[in-house]
Design a binder for this molecule. Structure first.
Ligand SMILES: CC(C)(COP(=O)(O)OP(=O)(O)OC[C@H]1O[C@@H](n2cnc3c(N)ncnc32)[C@H](O)[C@@H]1OP(=O)(O)O)[C@@H](O)C(=O)NCCC(=O)NCCS
Length: 195
């Protein structure tokens, strides 16, 4: 378990599979990610096992509630680089700062634990929300890959972003300062069962 100021990250467990199954099949979550839909429970299991073999997969937990996934894979030791993926599984939980906190927590752990120089990721060019989240954690856009992916019947552009350890440290300090001023505004995740 990695504990951040407001969210924690724990390894993906078998009991998470039904929830991950729901998250991965959610049309809005799926649209911005890079896998085929529909996803079966067997696919979720296979994906989680591969994620464990090839990298470090976590569930993001706010309070005691699992709300999404984050992790690293494609570690290249010589270059001291790894690739990042993440999503908050329920759109009702978007916009509450959980992704930014989860990302800062993972990066703080990973830069230290794996002695990384850089973390990179790809995102859809129209994913403004993710772009903003990554920028707030120190990522910068490095390149646009035109018509790189075929999504739901059309070609779409992807953007490559990366963050160095120094840029991350600066972003983490700014976030800590901002957090000190807004501690009272951070809310517990909305429960979809009561909405
Ligand atoms: C992208 C995603 C992880 C962001 O999660 P989130 O919990 O809503 O993000 P946060 O609440 O931490 O917000 C992060 C920043 O984005 C900003 N933001 C929120 N909604 C936004 C929008 N529609 N457009 C632009 N910026 C937005 C927030 O204001 C915040 O910036 P700030 O700190 O300057 O205020 C989440 O929307 C998601 O899981 N989307 C589907 C899957 C996905 O896109 N994964 C990433 C693929 S690369």
């Amino acid at each position: 378990m990695i504990t951040g100021p407001r969210v924690s990250l724990r390894p993906v467990e078998e009991r998470d599979y039904p929830l991950i199954h729901e998250w991965m099949n959610h049309p809005e979550v799926w649209w911005y990610m890079d896998y085929e839909r529909p996803v079966s429970l067997a696919d979720v299991r296979e994906d989680a096992e591969r994620a464990r073999t090839e990298g470090v997969p976590f569930v993001i937990v706010a309070g005691d509630r699992p709300i999404g996934r984050i992790g690293l894979n494609s570690f290249r030791r010589r270059d001291r680089i790894a690739s990042l993926y993440m999503y908050i599984g329920e759109p009702a939980c978007w916009g509450h700062g959980y992704a930014k906190e989860g990302l800062l927590t993972l990066l703080g752990y990973a830069f230290e634990r794996y002695d990384l120089n850089r973390v990179e990721l790809w995102l859809l060019a129209d994913n403004d929300r993710a772009m903003r989240t990554y920028e707030r954690c120190g990522f910068v856009a490095e390149a646009t890959l035109p018509e790189r992916s075929f999504k739901d019947g059309r070609f779409v552009d992807r953007i490559v972003m990366s963050v160095t350890r120094d840029a991350f440290e600066r972003a983490r300090s700014s976030a800590a300062e901002a957090r000190a001023g807004t501690a009272a505004d951070f809310v517990t995740p909305p429960d979809p069962a009561h909405e």
